[in-house]
Design a binder for this molecule. Structure first.
Ligand code: HEC
Ligand code: HEC
Length: 153
């Protein structure tokens, strides 16, 4: 009994010590986040202009790594947001008959077999409905944090 009491006293003092240590290292709000200012400042972030020409006029982008969702090379103007009743992406890219066929410039790349519940019937898996959840359009912007990530060869 005594031993446990002693042990808990030691533990309690250790805990309060570490609480002090944490307090000492408090992070100032000026150094939180990616912006070099207080978290209380309401900044006006620069507007991002997504580029890309009309579908069928762009070169395909290199994949960042094996099995990465490929980047959207064309403009997505008037195609987003995707809603329950509006999905233009599907109209061009749900083309199960084209899977494995030779795709020439200007042709929409068919969504791969992984995107369907039933490839033969061309039945899209609902988990793939919101294409832009995984496929991102492209923009030329200054990066907030430099990355040393290199594309896969
Ligand atoms: C009018 C037809 C059309 C529509 C609508 C369309 N695309 Fe495309 N998409 C294409 C064509 C054609 C390409 C071939 C590359 C190019 O020209 O940009 C392509 C390329 C892509 C690629 C690159 C694939 C790869 O393997 O390199 C992705 C990803 C993509 N589109 C996603 C989307 C998404 C997401 C939407 C909806 C926001 C969409 N597309 C709407 C026709 C279309
Ligand atoms: C949950 C994430 C996710 C969603 C949602 C999604 N995709 Fe993909 N997509 C991927 C990944 C990952 C790949 C690469 C897979 C691979 O290489 O097998 C891919 C590949 C593709 C490709 C390239 C096929 C090729 O042969 O190069 C196209 C085109 C495409 N998706 C279109 C779409 C469209 C259109 C939608 C919406 C209807 C969509 N995707 C929704 C993750 C997603």
């Amino acid at each position: 009994m005594r031993k446990t009491l002693l042990l808990s006293a030691v533990l309690a003092s250790l805990l309060s010590l570490s609480a002090f240590a944490v307090q000492d290292q408090a992070i100032s709000e000026d150094s939180l986040g990616l912006y070099n200012s207080s978290v209380y400042d309401v900044l006006d972030p620069s507007v991002v202009n997504y580029g890309g020409g009309d579908p069928g006029t762009n070169k395909r982008a290199a994949r960042s790594y094996n099995s990465a969702p490929p980047m959207i090379t064309h403009t997505t103007k008037d195609m987003v947001p995707i809603t329950r009743d509006f999905n233009l992406c599907k109209d061009c890219h749900v083309q199960p008959d084209l899977i494995g066929q030779k795709i020439t410039a200007g042709m929409p790349i068919p969504s791969p077999a992984s995107h369907y519940v039933d490839v033969k019937k061309g039945q899209l898996h609902m988990a793939r409905w919101n294409c832009t959840q995984c496929h991102a359009p492209q923009a030329k912007v200054d990066v907030l944090v430099k990355s040393t990530f290199k594309k896969a060869k």
